[in-house]
Design a protein around this ligand. Structure first.
Ligand SMILES: O=P(O)(O)OC[C@H]1O[C@H](OP(=O)(O)OP(=O)(O)O)[C@H](O)[C@@H]1O
Length: 183
């Protein structure tokens, strides 16, 4: 498994965003093209990786958690909610400050409540800034985080709890180097 994903890093363009070497990849950017075989490879591996026992919601972040969340939801019949970059002011909405290696922004968590048992997936973890802000926000609702998996692990940051990833990579100005793959 994951042959498609491992192979897909061979041609990733790298662009500088400040001092940050940003890799452009179909799963993390939706460009140049998201091939069904790659998406299937990722979805099947996420399904294998995650412990979804008694999970009643999948949580993903806008934007590049949406496509993998959609496929996993269709595979498992578990509904998903998107942590958006837009405020909705729905009852219980949680506002979260997001900092990545190249951007700062605000995220809004809705539809996660006390008693929920959620699985969180995202396309990539890099500095860990996004997930370190999201974890306490999800826990503040009283929900339980049953499992956590990232498609791509760049940098293996410590986020204060265990997490899973499908592939670990290193990135430099020359390109992306696959270090290992799991599941
Ligand atoms: O570990 P971190 O350094 O926080 O980086 C990981 C986050 O960065 C991206 O989000 P971003 O909002 O930048 O981009 P997107 O809208 O393309 O998902 C990505 O989707 C992750 O959520």
């Amino acid at each position: 498994m994951l042959e498609q994903l491992r192979k897909s890093f061979q041609s990733c363009p790298i662009v500088k965003r400040g001092e940050y070497n940003y890799f452009i990849h179909p799963i993390t950017d939706g460009v140049p093209l998201v091939e069904p075989a790659l998406l299937r490879d990722v979805a099947c591996s996420l399904f294998k990786a995650l412990d979804l026992a008694d999970v009643n919601k999948i949580v993903v972040t806008e934007a590049m958690g949406i496509h993998i969340g959609t496929v996993l939801s269709l595979m498992t019949d578990i509904p998903y909610t998107i942590v958006r970059k837009r405020e909705y002011k729905l009852p219980g909405e949680v506002t979260i400050g997001q900092t990545t290696g190249y951007s700062k922004g605000t995220l809004y968590l809705n539809s996660v409540f006390d008693g929920d048992r959620i699985a969180f997936i995202d396309d990539v973890i890099s500095t860990g800034g996004t997930i370190r802000a999201l974890l306490p926000a999800i826990e503040s609702t009283g929900a339980e985080i049953a499992d956590l998996c990232f498609v791509i692990n760049r940098g293996n940051p410590d986020i204060g709890r265990p997490y899973k990833s499908l592939v670990s990579i290193d990135v430099d100005s020359e390109g992306v180097h696959v270090l290992d793959s799991y599941f």
